[in-house]
Write a protein that binds this ligand. Structure first.
Ligand code: AHR
Length: 499
């Protein structure tokens, strides 16, 4: 098979917002406790955070980390997580039916997020919580001093404000599983009032309002429209959440699920623009895809876990090679929509549907899905270029006209290179892939990283990580055209140096 990608230096989608390579740390399962935080571990720092995990988080290149939930935040009192640890309450945590010790709270998270070189994205509780608690946490985190909450922060050891810029107004408030579920009117009103108060304290913060929990929610579209009717003035981003799985063991259909992500984004953009038009507003609403991932391996194991434990092993999906290929398609899709998607969070980061796994008192390792994300975060910086793709297609159970190649190129100005990301979805065929680099003066191949040739069900584990990238061979330049053979079922990153 043959395929051709044409890019042009002048045909830009957008400058890529670094926050598109975000992730998510929720008080869920072993993400925080026995994940990022394990005071007894040989690599633990003075505050109890594992240095080996920090090193992997940095290597992954995640820029932005949402915290503390997720469903957890809808029942969380943020005040439980501040002050001396011995005074913090142990509580029943209803979202995941666990016990929350509150050993890790705001200050500990802010220490850790700084250590990993990322920006914090804080969520406030609009489930059981109030607009009062929402404004108080902003005062605690961002006000310099001289008031009750800001002085309490200083007393608790943080003299300088945390200066948290991006805030989520609740989480999945349309979901019946959510503590304090709301109708669109109820949520729209409380989000607008919380946002208004939070902005009165710090006019520089940015706010994310909840979109639907997923594309198939019965209220999808009308939820977004009504929530935006109430919050358009205060919100900067509308959230999207979506998880995928290969429940039917149909790889052709599974790898096409990034098309669902693309359709979902385009539908939400249309709703945002409808409200913009209706309000005759000059403001464009951007998107925060603040939960996306593959989530389906762990369901049966989760059902056997007894409730009311501290750090139960929930949602511990072991990702295989086909999951890594879909992850590649998902990050490419986010880049293709980088004109509107400014924030995206791979949910989650450690142990819980995560690219990084740990064993208590033992090692930490990279899951298969770690690599496409890490490659995109490292090399996918700069400007996303419009991909004009000429490629054979196939049909699957849920999708028609699925291109065998999913691809995008990025102009990385700082490194003076063009980086091409491509997934070959074909099980059987090499694809002779040509990339016409119009308007660029390519001078060489700086690197070619490839994942291919594995059994699709092969996983990484503490016993070994066989699914990892290799150096690819055979990428050449023919004038201004890159030529490369994309192996069947492969993830490919090709860095082209410019003159
Ligand atoms: O990421 C796991 C859970 O998925 C989050 O807590 C929730 O927001 C979503 O339903």
């Amino acid at each position: 098979m043959k395929a051709k990608l044409t890019i042009n230096k002048s045909f830009e989608i957008a400058q890529i917002d670094p926050r598109i390579y975000g992730s998510f740390v929720e008080h869920l399962g072993r993400c925080v406790y026995d994940g990022i935080y394990e005071p007894g571990h040989p690599t633990a720092d003075a505050m109890g955070f594992r240095d080996d995990v920090k090193a992997l988080v940095k290597e992954m290149g995640t820029s932005f980390i949402r915290y503390p939930g997720g469903n957890f935040v809808s029942g969380y009192n943020w005040e439980d997580g501040i002050g001396p640890k011995e005074n913090r309450p142990r509580r029943l945590e209803l979202a995941w039916r666990s016990v929350e010790t509150n050993e890790v709270g705001l200050h500990e998270f802010m220490h850790w997020v700084k250590e990993v070189g990322a920006e914090a994205n804080m969520a406030v509780n609009l489930g059981t919580g109030s607009i009062d608690a929402a404004r108080n946490i902003v005062e605690y985190c961002n006000h310099p001093g001289g008031t009750y909450w800001s002085d309490l922060r200083k007393q608790n050891g943080a003299d300088a404000p945390f200066d948290i810029k991006t805030w989520c107004l609740g989480n999945e408030m349309d979901g019946p599983w959510q503590m304090g579920q709301k109708t669109a009117t109820e949520y729209g009103r409380i989000a607008a009032e919380a946002g208004k108060l939070m902005r009165l304290i710090d006019k520089n913060i940015e706010l994310v309002v909840c979109g639907s929990s997923h594309y198939e929610m019965p209220t999808f579209a009308s939820w977004e429209a009504e929530v935006l009717e109430h919050t358009y003035e205060y919100a900067d981003y509308l959230s999207l959440h979506r998880y995928y799985g290969n429940q039917k063991n149909d790889i052709g259909n599974y790898l096409a699920k990034s098309i669902d992500m693309d359709n979902f984004i385009k539908s939400v953009v249309a709703i945002c623009d409808y409200i913009k038009a209706k309000k005759r507003s000059k403001k464009t609403m951007y998107l925060s895809f603040d939960e996306y991932n593959i989530w389906y391996h762990s369901g049966a194991a989760d059902r056997k876990i007894a409730p009311w434990q501290v750090a139960p092993p929930l949602l511990e999906d072991a990702y295989n090679f086909e999951d890594a290929l879909l992850m590649g398609c998902l990050v490419i899709t986010l880049l293709k929509n980088s004109d509107r998607v400014k924030i995206a969070c791979l949910a989650q980061l450690v142990n819980v549907i995560a690219p990084i796994m740990t064993e208590k008192n033992g090692p930490a390792w990279r899951q298969t899905t770690f690599y496409p994300f890490a490659h995109a975060a490292k090399f996918g910086q700069g400007t996303a270029l419009t991909p004009v793709l000429d490629c054979p297609t196939y049909s699957s159970v849920d999708f028609d006209n699925v291109p065998y190649v999913e691809s995008i190129a990025v102009h990385n100005h700082a490194e003076n290179e063009v980086v091409v990301f491509a997934v070959n979805r074909s099980k059987d065929d090499n694809i002779d892939f040509a990339v016409d680099l119009q308007g660029f003066a390519p001078s060489g191949i700086a690197g070619f990283y490839e994942m291919s040739g594995h059994d699709v069900k092969r996983v990484n584990s503490k016993a070994g990580c066989p699914v990892e990238p290799q150096d690819g061979t055979g990428a050449t330049l023919d004038g201004d055209t890159l030529k490369v053979a994309l192996k069947p079922l492969s993830w490919n990153v090709i860095r082209i140096t410019l003159e």
